[in-house]
Design a protein. Structure first.
Length: 83
């Protein structure tokens, strides 16, 4: 699965380079059809992004442990649903 981060919670931004977040171009939106977000145990949204599939824990595996994210949700049928 390929994915790109489109939003980082402001208090985490200092941990990432300026070019870590993609530009929302037409190309990136057509290849990456699935919106997702990563939340902590208190339901705070730490990251949002887009992915090529909606059935993989890759974003949570990569960012979850280091940033205390415990839930990965994909946008399906008009709402975010936990994987």
């Amino acid at each position: 699965m390929k994915y790109k981060i489109t939003y980082i919670h402001p208090f985490l931004e200092k941990d990432f380079q300026d070019d870590f977040i993609i530009n929302k171009t037409k190309e990136s939106l057509t290849k990456f059809n699935f919106k997702f977000r990563l939340l902590d145990a208190d339901r705070n949204i730490y990251f949002e992004g887009v992915a090529t599939r909606n059935d993989s824990f890759d974003p949570l595996d990569f960012l979850g442990t280091e940033y205390s994210c415990t839930d990965l949700q994909f946008f399906e049928n008009g709402k975010f649903v936990s994987l």
